[in-house]
Write a protein that binds this ligand. Structure first.
Ligand code: GLA
Length: 410
């Protein structure tokens, strides 16, 4: 072969490689703030159907959740038939979804929601339905055909599969199918996805499953306080997982149990407040068709949500902890920040917070801030006027403040 034609062959090969590798990416520009929505698993497990999902969507319009930002409605495990069809396609269970998933997606899209489904990187899902392994591209095309906008991708029955490779394959399949999909990796943190998944998914689970209690443990499931603590201890070293989160790529401490049995109203409010501080995806997991006004008020609190959805996308961190009290902070835009103080004891306690405690954490702590009590919905003065704030907190309750930057004072 003449060297000039060899060169042109090389150039063509290189061009092809560049073209094909341009597929090797996730959908950018999605989940620039933590995704918000609802998922069926925490309350309904595999007992899901079209009527339920439509009821949930209608309720979320009625109770203000959709307008507060909860736009993703996601099916979890149990939506499909136990076998693929003769073409190897996944089939929605016709008893549960008699009109198919496209029909359901259309219903949701017409009302301003996005539609999500669940899959698994192994041979079976955790509940034993067909997994996506070996069918990734075919399944991704089906999702696109149905109008799927969000995929939660689980990690059961994966044998010796390498997590990074398996999730990257599904990412590429989704990208090739062409319909933008938020890719939610549910690998439970076993392969430390925070270290490598920024370019693979938009969010990744960091732990085993959440259950509806404060700090209980059941096999590999646990209450929200246990999961909260793990966000600070999974990353070797002094800091938590916060350095790995940011716009388009989030640590996911699992779907919320706010409003579910087994946790008090105060614990629900604390769970929500701390998920806001963590910049966690806010995926409700309760029966939103049947919740008390108090629970609705927690889930739809616009000022708490604004902390979670702050455009800087900074995950908060714990700056103080003893047996009775924890202090969590989250940086916000315009030099504001949020602070959440948890009564971590099992007794009611007068709990206080002195601003001078922050000096080590803020290079900018020579400033005056307006103090806004989020749950009491009132401004209580400035940090120059009050050296501390203090409240009687029920067991496991929080106080949540937004500190709005006023001026440098020194
Ligand atoms: C795993 C996941 C859960 C849920 C179930 C479904 O346990 O971590 O969030 O999706 O599977 O079977």
């Amino acid at each position: 072969m003449k060297s000039s034609s060899f060169k042109s062959l090389l150039t063509t090969a290189l061009a092809l490689f560049v073209a094909s590798s341009s597929f090797a990416q996730k959908f950018e520009g999605l989940a620039l703030t933590p995704p918000m929505g609802w998922n069926s698993w925490n309350t309904f497990a595999t007992n899901i159907n079209e009527e339920l999902i439509i009821g949930v969507a209608d309720a979320m319009i009625e109770n203000g959740m959709r307008d507060a930002g909860y736009v993703h409605i996601n099916l979890d495990d149990g939506w499909m038939m136990m076998e693929r069809d003769e073409n190897g396609d996944l089939v929605p269970d016709p008893e549960k979804f008699p009109n198919g998933l496209k029909h359901l997606a259309d219903y949701l899209h017409e009302r301003g929601f996005k539609f999500g489904v669940y899959g698994d990187a192994g041979s079976k899902t955790c509940a034993g339905y067909p997994g996506n392994m070996g069918h990734e591209y075919q399944d991704a095309r089906k999702y696109a055909e149905w109008g799927v906008d969000y995929l939660k991708y689980d990690w059961c029955y994966t044998g010796e599969r390498n997590a990074k490779e398996a999730y990257t394959t599904m990412r590429d399949a989704l990208y090739a199918a062409g319909r933008p999909v938020v890719f939610s990796m549910c690998e439970w943190g076993t392969a430390e996805p925070w270290l490598w998944a920024q370019d693979v998914g938009h969010l990744w689970r960091t732990t085993g499953d959440i259950i509806s209690c404060y700090d209980c443990t059941q096999e590999w499931s646990m209450g929200w306080k246990k999961i909260l603590d793990l966000q600070m201890s999974l990353n070797p070293g002094l800091k938590g997982l916060e350095e790995y989160a940011g716009p388009g790529h989030w640590n996911d401490p699992d779907m919320m149990e706010v409003g579910n049995h087994g946790i008090s109203l105060e614990e629900s409010r604390s769970h929500f407040s701390l998920w806001c501080i963590l910049a966690a995806p806010l995926i409700a997991g309760n029966d939103v068709r049947d919740m008390t006004p108090e629970v609705t008020a927690i889930l739809t609190n616009a000022e708490a949500i604004a902390i979670n959805q702050d455009p800087l996308g900074k995950q908060g961190t714990r700056i103080y902890q003893d047996d009775e009290k924890e202090i969590w902070i989250k940086y916000l835009e315009n030099n504001d920040f949020a602070v959440c103080v948890l009564n971590a004891s099992d007794e009611p306690r007068e709990t206080s917070l002195q601003w001078e405690q922050f000096q080590n954490h803020f290079s900018t702590w020579n400033t005056n801030y307006e103090i806004r009590d989020i749950w009491d919905a009132q401004n209580i003065g400035t940090t120059d006027e009050h050296a501390e704030v203090s409240k009687m907190l029920a067991p496991h309750a929080v106080m949540l403040y937004r500190l709005s930057f006023l001026e440098k004072t020194k």
